[in-house]
Write a protein that binds this ligand. Structure first.
Ligand SMILES: C[S@@+](CC[C@H](N)C(=O)[O-])C[C@H]1O[C@@H](n2cnc3c(N)ncnc32)[C@H](O)[C@@H]1O
Length: 268
C-alpha cells in the first residue's frame, strides 16, 4: 500500500485526488456545506467581486461540487469552473444542470490549467493547501497569466502562524442526519511546525436507515502559509495591492476553524 501523508510529508496532487474520491465526493456537500461556513465564504467572495466594480468573468480554479460557482452565477457573474477531481466535477455538473445553469466545466490542475482571460480567479476553502509551496508558486503564476491588468485573485488558506491553536485531541466534528441517513465524523489534526504541514485524519461513519455502519477514512495533508509567505509568493508572481484578512472578520458565520484561516485578495 502507498504510504499515507504524515505531518512531515508535503501534500501531493495524487493525495488530493485520493482525498476527493467517489466516496468522499458523495458526502462532501452533507459534511462541508452543512453549517453556514461556505455560505459565509461565498458571501465574502460575492461582496469583494461586486465592490471591485469591474468584474464580469470569473474562473473558479478549484470549484469542487460548485459551491462558489452557483453563488456567483446567482449573483450575475459569468463563471467558468475547473477542478482536478472528476468526481467532484461530476456532482458540480449535476447541480448546475438542476439549477438550469449553463456553466463551462473543465477537469484540470490549477498549476497548469489554461482557459483564457478572466477578470477574477478564485480558489476557496483551503484548496491551495493541497499544493506544496513550489507548486503554489506555479498556481499563483498561472492565476496571474489568466488575469488582465487589475484582475483579482482570491483564496483562503490555513494560517501557519495560528496553528499553535490547532486542537490536538480527536474531535467529533460533525454529527448529522440527512433524510434517513446519519453521519458522524471524527477528526484528528497534527501540525508540523518545521514544515508548516497540517495532517488531518478523518473517520466518517455513515448509517443509511438501519443498515450496518460504513466507515470512510481519509488521511491527508495541507500546507499552511503565514501572512508574510503569502505576500512574498503573490508579489513574486506580479500581484500587488495584496490584502490578507482573518476569516472571522472577513466571513462572519464561519465555524470555529475560521480562527485558524485567512483570506488573500490580490490584484494583478
Ligand atoms: C475543500 S475542496 C473546495 C471545493 C470548493 N471550492 C468548495 O468551497 O466547496 C478543495 C478542492 O480543490 C481541488 N483541488 C485540489 N488540488 C487541486 C489541483 N492541483 N488543481 C485543481 N483542483 C485541485 C479538489 O479536487 C477539491 O475539489
Amino acid at each position: 500500500m502507498e504510504p499515507r501523508g504524515t505531518a512531515e510529508n508535503a501534500p501531493t496532487v495524487a493525495e488530493a485526488l485520493r482525498t476527493y474520491d467517489a466516496q468522499s465526493a458523495a458526502i462532501y456537500d452533507h459534511l462541508e456545506l452543512r453549517d453556514g461556513s461556505i455560505a459565509a465564504i461565498n458571501g465574502f467572495v460575492v461582496r469583494t467581486l461586486r465592490d471591485s466594480g469591474r468584474v464580469e468573468r470569473v474562473l473558479d480554479m478549484t470549484c469542487g461540487t460548485g459551491a462558489q460557482v452557483i453563488a456567483l452565477v446567482a449573483a450575475g457573474f459569468k463563471v467558468t469552473a475547473s477542478d482536478l477531481s472528476g468526481e467532484m466535477l461530476r456532482l458540480a455538473r449535476a447541480k448546475f444542470a438542476d439549477a438550469g445553469y449553463d456553466i463551462p466545466t473543465h477537469q484540470a490542475d490549477m498549476r497548469d490549467v489554461s482557459l483564457g482571460r478572466f477578470d477574477a480567479i478564485i480558489s476557496m476553502y483551503n484548496a491551495i493547501g493541497h499544493l506544496r509551496p513550489d507548486e503554489f508558486r506555479m498556481a499563483c503564476a498561472n492565476a496571474a497569466d489568466h488575469l488582465g491588468d487589475g484582475g483579482i485573485y482570491i483564496f483562503d488558506i490555513f494560517d501557519r502562524d495560528a496553528m499553535g491553536h490547532v486542537p490536538t485531541h480527536e474531535m467529533l466534528d460533525t454529527a448529522m442526519e440527512v433524510g434517513q441517513s446519519r453521519y458522524a465524523r471524527f477528526s484528528t489534526m497534527e501540525f508540523n511546525r518545521k514544515s508548516g504541514v497540517l495532517h488531518l485524519r478523518q473517520k466518517t461513519f455513515e448509517q443509511k436507515e438501519v443498515s450496518k455502519l460504513r466507515l470512510l477514512q481519509h488521511d491527508y495533508t495541507l500546507q499552511t502559509y503565514s501572512r508574510e509567505e503569502l505576500i512574498d509568493t503573490l508579489s513574486g508572481s506580479g500581484f500587488s495591492d495584496i490584502r490578507i484578512l482573518r476569516v472571522p472578520e472577513a466571513a462572519p458565520g464561519f465555524n470555529a476553524l475560521g480562527q485558524l484561516m485567512h483570506i488573500a485578495i490580490a490584484r494583478r
